[in-house]
Design a protein around this ligand. Structure first.
Ligand code: CUA
Length: 373
């Protein structure tokens, strides 16, 4: 195949959307162009690999020493060939120039989001993703709902260490850095669900730091976000524990188990009993009981839970490290109530093995959230 013929088959923007051997499914406006650059470079590699190996084999056959011959050296052998050297300089230079131009062009397009982009604020923390929609006052965790066919801009920060947000189907990735905002944008071209990964090793459960991008047509997107915006307001107190289990616990799950096993944080199983009785021991040797009761810091046990969600490094439970990030600003007051009620009624929500029960019986559940907030 001639060089020109090879280039012609890698016309930009022709990559299939179903994905192939090298690339996953593609579902954003920039994906075909990025795939085009990839296949362009890849095909150049194939071509030169084949060329070099062919010449190698041919030279080995053509110039190998025959047993009958003795090596002879002549002083007038060629030392250089100007036109050959110019050729093997000019062609690679041209190719590298084209690769740079294609890469720079794509990089610039990716680095600036269109003005009318839909904005989502992303917070990464060990080991979960939180997505806030300012337009709707909605916070999602482990799932990001975005509109189809509209540019979406993610403004990202981390509350602990370096993470990196990566959606292979959209061909976008960027670091998420504590103390700084980074951003990326994409425009989804196909409705569906796509995987979102953390692509920066961020500790023990890095590999579990996953989320799903849910691309919905505009009208479904509006309906869904509208529903999410009202969901916890419409829920009656009686249903809050289950709401927390289904909608909020996924943000705690990587550190707090439901089956009694210690993780990065204490298990939620039995946590309410330990809290109510004040038997929890802290790293400084004090027990929760020392801070409870009338006049104490936590007049009611519910307030210790609340404090642990908002100021998680205030009191550290013995044998654990101060690694939990705050959920201040990420949970609405009613959602914090829901968490408290979930912990209070955990026995009704999970079975012996710590698996959530479907349609749990919450009649007669204790739904008082503590007197003061
Ligand atoms: Cu977050 Cu890896």
């Amino acid at each position: 195949m001639s060089m020109l013929g090879m280039l012609a088959t890698t016309k930009l923007g022709e990559a299939t959307s179903g994905g192939g051997f090298w690339m996953p499914e593609s579902a954003s406006t920039v994906a075909p162009e990025i795939d085009g650059v990839f296949y362009f470079i890849n095909n150049i590699n194939y071509f030169f690999f084949a060329l070099c190996v062919a010449i190698l084999i041919w030279f080995a056959i053509r110039y190998h020493a025959k047993p009958s011959e003795h090596a002879t050296f002549t002083t007038d052998a060629p030392t250089h060939n100007t036109s050959l050297e110019l050729t093997w300089t000019a062609i690679p230079l041209l190719l590298v120039g084209v690769i740079f131009w294609l890469g720079m062009d794509g990089f610039l397009e990716l680095s600036e989001a269109p003005d009318d982009s839909y904005e989502v604020q992303v917070t990464a923390q060990k080991w979960s993703w939180t997505f806030q929609h300012p337009d709707f006052g909605v916070t999602e965790a482990a799932e990001l709902t975005v509109p189809l066919g509209r540019p979406v801009r993610l403004i990202m920060t981390s509350s602990d260490v370096l993470h990196s947000l990566f959606v292979p189907a959209f061909r976008v990735k960027n670091d998420v850095v504590p103390g700084r905002y980074t951003s990326l944008w994409f425009e989804a071209t196909k409705p569906g669900q796509y995987r979102l990964y953390c692509a920066e090793y961020c500790g023990k459960d890095h590999s579990k730091m996953l989320a799903v991008v849910n691309v919905l047509p505009e009208d479904e997107f509006q309906t869904r976000l509208g529903k999410l915006a009202r969901e916890y307001e419409d829920i009656v107190d009686q249903d809050l524990p289950e709401y927390a289990m289904v909608r909020l616990y996924n943000r705690c799950a990587s550190c707090h188990s439901l089956d009694g096993k210690s993780g990065t944080g204490p298990s939620f199983k039995g946590l309410w009993d330990r809290t109510k009785s004040g038997s929890t021991v802290f790293t400084d040797g004090s027990t929760l009981k020392d801070y409870m009761g009338p006049g104490g810091e936590f007049e009611v046990p519910e307030n210790y839970i609340r404090d642990s969600i908002l100021n998680p490094r205030h009191y550290i439970v013995q044998n654990y490290a101060a690694t939990m990030p705050t959920f201040k600003g990420q949970l609405k007051e009613r959602q914090i109530d829901a968490m408290v009620l979930m912990l209070k009624n955990l026995d009704r929500l999970i079975d012996e093995q710590g698996n959530p029960i479907e349609n749990p019986d919450l009649s007669g559940a204790d739904v008082s959230t503590g007197a003061q907030k």
